[in-house]
Design a protein around this ligand. Structure first.
Ligand code: IMP
Length: 450
């Protein structure tokens, strides 16, 4: 039986979801950009400008935070779904950066009228809370993501469509700001945010936003019904998912494939292939458990020499915050959890070349937990924190894989490493990225040409 959902009509489009299987930063931006040759639209459905999607095209680097990674292809329409939390000032900053590079953004960007707005007080709350937590902090990106989602769930958020109801907007803003300013000043030792300035700034940004705002759900349905393909671009990664990640060290949205539906306003039968992106090793920014982390045994806050090597060779610094990323071996037990939760159809392995120089390579294949062996990542930070990794060791291939475009040209030891991963998780490796540029890609099964 096919693992892919049947299309409702032979003339309808074929839709792919691209999901990070780790703690984000798996290299999704490049893969999304690579796949956009085959699509009419790219859709963001969760998160906000906490994401950092790096694209390198013809040697030129572009970092996208909120705008979908399809924006570099002139034929692609980019959509920001209702599940995204949107900071208008950050969006216009990103638009200006792209326009300075002659990328036409505003005629190709569509924004859901139901997306939740991020306000300056959300950012102030996020940063003040982290300061107050001190050593116990989550290590958020400080972009106001969590507080904006809290307001959404508490049913006091303002959404994009509310920007065009100024009286309602002003009255809700006054009430919520009073509440948040009380918390900021009385509890978080911070300063209050000014109501009138916030209102004026937001309404002015709303006017600039208006030509891009619409009913994204209906627009996506029209694209699909016209037989055109869509790509749903996940941000962050499965292990940062608010339900399934290492809670509470997670982001505030569902990052998993299922949320492509709720966060964009499409039905589950509209998703046909789930591509899971996994780096050939693991990284994590911010706090929280990381079983296969390579840290110094004498000082857990420091990386061990191989961890340092991976960080340097892989240029592992946060693309939004510039923070150094923690590094570790690829964790197959965590990958199994990601495959299960997302219903992954095929994997794309990225940054294989970062392992090129290593004499031996380890793969975490399970954990020892409270005297037992387990083969899949458990739930919750406390339990994950007690997991001790069990490794399989592989000889390194010790030669360059950079830019290789065909499977047969990969060193045999690299092929063996990849085949073992596919065998352990029971999902095929459909694509391998061997460098940051578009051309540096091995294709074994095309998600749009099944
Ligand atoms: P927040 O999303 O800013 O609330 O941060 C919560 C956690 O998610 C922190 O550990 C962040 O470092 C992490 N995080 C958020 N966005 C990304 C991302 O795009 N890549 C990697 N980690 C992220």
């Amino acid at each position: 039986m096919s693992v892919f959902a049947a299309k409702n009509s032979p003339h309808a489009g074929h839709n792919v979801v691209v999901i990070g299987t780790q703690w984000g930063d798996e290299g999704k931006g490049k893969v999304v950009d690579w796949l956009t040759d085959h699509v009419a639209g790219v859709v963001r459905f969760q998160g906000g400008h906490n994401a950092g999607h790096t694209l390198i095209i013809g040697g030129e680097k572009t970092i996208l935070r909120l705008i979908p990674s399809g924006i570099m292809r002139p034929h692609v329409i980019c959509y920001i779904g209702n599940g995204v939390v949107l900071c208008p000032s950050a969006l216009f900053k990103e638009i200006a950066e792209l326009e300075a590079m002659d990328v036409d953004v505003q005629s190709r960007l569509r924004i859901s009228n139901a997306a939740t707005l991020i306000f300056p007080h959300h950012i102030a709350l996020d940063q003040a809370r982290e300061r107050k937590r001190g050593k116990e902090k989550i290590g958020t990106t400080g972009r106001g993501i969590g507080p904006a989602y809290e307001d959404k769930i508490a049913r006091r958020a303002l959404r994009v469509q509310d920007l065009y109801r100024p009286d309602y907007f002003a009255s809700v803003l006054r009430e919520t700001l009073e509440y948040h300013n009380f918390v900021l000043t009385h509890y978080l030792d911070s300063t209050a945010i000014d109501f009138q300035k916030t209102l004026d700034d937001m309404l002015a940004l709303g006017a600039r936003l208006q030509p891009m705002v619409g009913d994204v759900s209906s627009e996506l349905e029209a694209v699909y019904s016209a037989g055109k393909n869509l790509l749903f671009e996940g941000a962050q990664g499965t292990l940062l998912d608010v339900d399934h990640g290492t809670y509470p060290f997670v982001t505030s949205s569902n990052c998993v494939a299922g949320n492509a539906c709720a966060g964009a306003g499409v039905g589950p039968s509209r998703l046909h292939y789930i591509l899971g992106i996994t780096k050939a090793y693991c990284t994590r920014v911010g706090a929280g458990p990381f079983p296969s982390e390579l840290y110094d045994q004498d000082n857990p806050l420091k990386q061990d020499p191989i961890g340092v090597y991976l960080a340097k060779t892989g240029k592992e610094f946060g693309s939004v915050t510039g923070r150094p990323r923690r590094t570790g071996w690829l964790d197959v037990a965590a990958l199994k959890r990601a495959i299960q939760i997302n219903g992954i159809s095929g994997l794309c392995m990225t940054k294989l070349d970062v392992l090129d120089g290593l004499e031996t390579i380890k793969l975490c294949v399970g954990y020892r937990l409270d005297g037992e062996q387990i083969a899949i990542l458990p739930s919750g930070a406390d339990v994950v924190g007690r997991c001790e990794p069990i490794y399989e060791t592989f000889p390194g291939w010790r030669c360059s894989t950079v830019g290789i475009c065909r499977w047969e040209l990969l060193p045999e030891l690299a092929q063996r490493y990849l085949e073992r991963i596919a065998q352990l998780v029971g999902v095929e490796i459909a694509m391998i990225s061997t460098g940051p540029d578009r051309d540096e890609t091995i294709l074994r099964r095309h998600p749009y040409q099944l």
